[in-house]
Design a protein around this ligand. Structure first.
Ligand SMILES: CC(C)(COP(=O)(O)OP(=O)(O)OC[C@H]1O[C@@H](n2cnc3c(N)ncnc32)[C@H](O)[C@@H]1OP(=O)(O)O)[C@@H](O)C(=O)NCCC(=O)NCCSC(=O)C[C@](C)(O)C(=O)O
Ligand SMILES: [Mg+2]
Length: 365
């Protein structure tokens, strides 16, 4: 709970006539947040075909859209959103930064025009709770004026050192907070890291095996090195802050479009650490994110076996059992339920996965 608002006011609408804030953020699948530039005609033309093939379509108005195209991008997004039935696919936007000359027009144009279709507004370069408070109040005023009946949610990008330092207060700044993404390029620049890539690893960030002596006492030069994950610390902080506030963490972008293998590895690290999705910058990254952020059939089979074992013969899930030589108990049951529940949520939007998960047979023992 942020210190700036008392607990009794936290869930009050911030403008007369604005929709009631949600007490819980719905866990809608968002394995891939696919970015498109609404001012780019070729990309915009692909949007209707992408509906139903990706969990989230995001009309990007900020970085990667030329300054001269900011108005065209905003208008393009209004046109695309008005003319498209998004079905099960969520529609998000990334607005310009709060200190930019475009953001006010972004919000005052989008909310009245397509506020009923926008699920989430992504806010870049968030520094602290005060940035969320500003967007929160403005959205409430605009929603009230537009007569919207559900609140638009807010997603913050963590891409400044101050934002990382304030990550907990950002997550708890408003009941609108839906999640956080890592912004590795801006964050690297702000921290003065010496990387030049948009996300992913760096061959120089490594640990090296200790020297080994051969039997005649000579030191071997053959020492293995292991590349480390530059983003581990930030993602781990994000995951804890999000879990504490009941919202969702996301990896962010992987700029090397031509390296799907490393992209998949980076996404998987984030998935294993607790993230629910990542960004897709190019259509080829959508299947990678969907694959990685959907638990494997093997994981779901195992999870269901553990649940069955601990609930067998009317068991209430407490106690300990042996399964395949391993101890399973109350805590491992909870881990398995995370996967089982995720499989259920994904089955509701992905018919192919639903079939795969439904076909899993859980053997006894
Ligand atoms: C990388 C680029 C330049 C390669 O674009 P390209 O045209 O050279 O690629 P291509 O392989 O030749 O494209 C093949 C076809 O796919 C289309 N296409 C290509 N991409 C898309 C797309 N996303 N959605 C829909 N369609 C797409 C493209 O138009 C083309 O259509 P065509 O067959 O009709 O000729 C291009 O994919 C692109 O601009 N992607 C989006 C980039 C973006 O949004 N960047 C901002 C997010 S990352 C960020 O901001 C950092 C962060 C978080 O802030 C921080 O770390 O600080
Ligand atoms: Mg950025």
């Amino acid at each position: 709970m942020p210190s700036s608002r008392s607990p009794k006011d936290f869930f009050r609408p911030l403008a007369v006539g604005a929709p009631q804030p949600l007490r819980e953020i719905p866990a809608r699948p968002s394995r891939a947040i696919h970015f498109f530039d609404p001012s780019n005609e070729k990309m915009a033309a692909k949007v209707p075909q992408l509906v139903g093939t990706v969990d989230v379509l995001l009309g990007n108005l900020e970085d990667a859209v030329k300054a001269d195209n900011k108005v065209a991008a905003r208008e393009g997004l209004v046109r695309i959103a008005s003319g498209t039935d998004f079905g099960p696919t969520q529609l998000w936007t990334r607005i310009n930064a709060l200190d930019s000359p475009w953001v006010l027009d972004d919000l005052t144009t989008l909310v009245p025009a397509i506020g009923d279709k926008l699920d989430v507004v992504m806010v870049p370069k968030v520094q602290g709770a005060e940035d969320i408070a500003y967007v929160d109040r403005l959205l409430a005023q605009l929603e009230a004026r537009a007569g919207l009946d559900r609140p638009i949610l807010v997603h913050a990008i963590l891409e400044t050192a101050r934002g990382v330092a304030n990550v907990e207060e950002i997550c708890g700044a408003s009941p609108r907070m839906q999640g956080l993404s890592l912004g590795p390029a801006d964050l690297a620049a702000d921290r003065r890291m010496k990387t030049t890539r948009v996300g992913g690893g760096h061959p120089g960030y490594l640990v090296r095996e200790d020297p080994r002596r051969t039997s005649d006492g000579v030191e071997s030069n053959d020492r293995a090195t292991y590349q480390q994950d530059l983003w581990h610390y930030t993602i781990a902080r994000m995951v804890d802050a999000c879990a504490m506030h009941g919202i969702s963490p996301y990896y962010g972008p992987f700029g090397d479009i031509g390296d799907p293998v490393a992209c998949e590895d980076q996404f998987r690290n984030a998935f294993l650490l607790g993230c629910v999705g990542a960004w897709s910058l190019h259509p080829t990254q959508i299947p990678i994110a969907h694959r990685v952020f959907s638990p494997s059939v093997e994981d779901i089979r195992h999870a269901r076996r553990v649940v069955a074992a601990l609930q067998r013969d009317g068991g209430d899930g407490t106690g300990a059992v042996m399964l395949d030589g391993k101890m399973e108990d109350d805590a491992s049951l909870k881990q398995c339920l995370v996967l089982v529940e995720l499989a259920e949520q994904l089955s509701a939007v992905d018919p192919e996965l639903k079939e795969k998960y439904a076909a899993i047979e859980v053997s006894d023992g």
